[in-house]
Design a protein around this ligand. Structure first.
Ligand code: ADP
Ligand code: MG
Length: 630
């Protein structure tokens, strides 16, 4: 976490400079002889800005808003208006501080959890409890969790029942009851009873470890928010200098010109964007939403098409496998199941996990394992080439006996089941029938998004029948089936000319489109690391109903930014007129700045508590809302 630490250290220094600067400025007013203390804030807050502006202009020929600020500070000092120079320097430093703080501080509540993660676990072996370092917990171990403890691993409850609280992570205040057979994930807090949990994810694989990694990567790949003021800096600088020079030519009064430079410093303008985005990201962080790229909040406000993956995004990904059917006289269903589940035991895909989990008995050794995103898997088991996947994959690898096999699976597919075909040594031999359940609240989430004026499109690698059925149950505007990762990517590209897109997904197959879309949202809890890495926003708890809240909050944020900018431009213009007319001096000008900046910060801070989440998290499944008729 060294990157995070570095960032926090540099912010601590900046923060100290601001505090010392303000204290020194106040002290300089205390007594007549104390006035030279005013040079302290000018030096520690002002000098870095002036130096940065000089380096920018000389090295990169880059005119930023800091150029105007620097000229204003230097000019104020030259005419002896030290208080004004100090005030500008301090305010600008505060702006800088907020800008850098945007992402890491907003993620503070999730970081807190990651830092709190347990370092030991109580393992039950041969009936005896032993407290061992977390690194020594193995897959299949039984871990006992007593009330009040944070769950240290991911696993399934094998005895006892209790409620777990996930509020630190997701802001969801209602504890969830768990009993034998239910899954618990690391980072939740055990409330009432003692439970034993069979560990199925350890080390880097646990939910908590994933979150830690996402936060680290978010910091490393953080893109600085483009300061709106910098986009307009050239114009602002030009206007300020022109007015200052004209005013000097007309009135021959250097004070008026310096005041013009001072009041036209775009302090509030610079603060508007980063403070609003930081507050919005902080609001989301309390709901278990990690903002990796602050700019995504701004972009999200103008998204008009939402592309959503099916498996693992709209559905729970907790797939049920209903068994295998053989279509090859030479191979019985048990043999197919044994070979296929051996290969699938290596798969991370929800379908693969379901097939592997349904298999009882020994798991055979698999070599040459290969995952073909959007298609299926292959591998060598007991010297035989085994393939499991969709029709497209089978056409390529196991064309023999395929038409008969596809025909035999037609009924299950028409009924809305997901079918995984099995092939051995280049020949189709049978299929498995699976069903997936829609997430609680998926239908409400889609309805909510449509009511926000967004077009909803489902992109899935599954068959036409399942895709249609699911899309209809959810009331989506459009559905595209049998998508390979590149098909999902193409859809994103196709939409680029006509509007803004947001992709929501969970798998490797979604990674390219998550990266390409204007905003990529990944399901982090269950999702694949490739997906979270390529996304701008990550949902810790995979709650699809929060997408609507993100849209609402983003729109609100953009509105706040625009209002802040409009307000500060109006204020600066009015102050400039007063300065030219000689009705306002440099000190009063700097004070007007203070007021403008404070108002912009207060407007942004309101976003932190803005409630736009509706009944999110409390959604109930619509009756019959499953992808299978069962
Ligand atoms: P989605 O886009 O709905 O999330 P994927 O792109 O992950 O679905 O998968 C698309 C299709 O590829 C699945 O419907 C399935 O037919 C096949 N597939 C993917 N992974 C596997 C696997 N591990 N075993 C069998 N089939 C798979
Ligand atoms: Mg998926």
């Amino acid at each position: 976490m060294s990157l995070v630490k570095d960032a926090i250290l540099s912010q601590k220094i900046e923060f100290s400079c601001i505090v010392i600067g303000i204290a020194a400025l106040a002290a300089s007013f205390l007594a007549e002889w104390a006035w030279p203390i005013v040079f302290v804030p000018i030096a520690i807050c002002g000098a870095p800005i002036v130096w940065g502006a000089i380096v920018g202009v000389v090295k990169e020929h880059d005119i930023t808003a800091d150029v105007l600020v620097s000229v204003a500070i230097v000019a104020s000092v030259l005419i002896g208006e030290y208080d004004a120079a100090a005030e500008i320097a301090i305010i600008m430093q505060i702006g800088e501080f907020f800008e850098e703080a945007t992402v890491d501080h907003a993620n503070a509540s999730i970081m807190k959890l990651v830092n709190m993660r347990p370092t030991t676990a109580r393992v039950v072996r041969d009936g005896a409890e032993a407290v061992v370092p977390i690194e020594e917990v193995r897959l299949g171990d039984i871990v006992r969790i007593v009330p009040g403890e944070m769950v240290p691993v991911d696993g399934t409850v094998t005895s006892g029942s209790t409620s777990v609280n996930n509020s630190i992570l997701t802001g969801e205040s209602v504890p969830r009851d768990v009993t034998v057979g239910d899954r618990v994930s690391s980072g939740t807090v055990n409330m009432y009873g003692s439970v034993d949990v069979e560990v199925d994810r350890v080390g880097d694989d646990t939910t908590l470890a994933r979150m830690a990694r996402i936060i680290e990567n978010a910091d490393a790949g953080k893109s600085r928010i483009v300061r709106t003021a910098d986009r307009w800096a050239v114009y602002i600088v030009a206007i300020a200098f022109t007015v200052a020079v004209l005013s000097y030519l007309v009135f021959q009064d250097v004070y008026r010109s310096v005041t013009v430079l001072v009041v036209f410093c775009p302090c509030a303008l610079i603060l508007a964007t980063p403070t609003a985005i930081m507050a919005a990201a902080g609001n989301m962080s309390k709901r278990g939403i990690l903002v990796k790229d602050g700019g995504a909040v701004e972009r999200m406000a103008s998204v008009d098409t939402l592309l959503m993956d099916k498996t693992g995004t709209l559905t729970t990904g907790e797939v049920a496998c209903h068994g295998f059917t053989s279509t090859d006289p030479g191979t019985d269903a048990e043999a197919i199941e044994r070979l296929v589940s051996a290969v699938e035991s290596r798969s991370e895909h929800p379908l693969g996990r379901a097939i592997a989990a349904a298999h009882t008995g020994d798991v055979a050794e698999t070599s040459d394992f290969n995952y073909l995103p959007g298609l299926g898997v292959s591998g060598t088991v007991e010297g035989r080439a085994v393939v499991a996947g969709n029709e497209r994959l089978m056409r390529g690898l196991c064309p023999g006996n395929l038409d008969l096999t596809v025909g035999a699976a037609a009924e299950a597919r028409d009924d809305g089941y997901t079918v995984v075909f099995a092939g051995i040594d280049g020949r189709a031999v049978g299929f498995a029938v699976l069903s997936d359940t829609l997430k609680n609240g998926s239908a409400e989430a889609v309805r909510d998004l449509r009511s926000l004026g967004l077009r909803t499109v489902m992109l899935t690698g599954d068959s036409r029948q399942v895709a249609r059925r699911t899309a209809d149950a959810l009331g989506m505007d459009e559905v595209v089936w049998e998508c390979l990762p590149e098909d999902k990517l193409r859809k994103v590209k196709d939409l680029e000319g006509s509007g803004r897109t947001c992709m929501v997904g969970d798998g490797i197959n979604d990674a390219p489109s998550l990266r390409r879309a204007d905003v990529g949202i990944a399901m982090g809890g269950m999702g694949n690391e490739m997906a979270t890495e390529n996304a701008d926003i990550v949902f810790v708890d995979d709650d699809i109903s929060k997408v609507g809240g993100v849209v609402r909050l983003s729109r609100r944020t953009l509105l706040t930014i625009k209002a802040g900018i409009a307000f500060s431009i109006a204020l600066n213009s009015a102050a400039m007129v007063l300065a030219v007319l000689g009705l306002m001096g440099p000190v009063a000008g700097a004070l007007v700045h203070n007021v403008g900046s404070v108002i912009v910060i207060v407007m942004a801070a309101l976003l932190l508590r803005h409630d736009c989440w509706g009944r999110s998290g409390a959604g109930t499944a619509a009756p019959g809302a499953t992808t299978s008729p069962a």
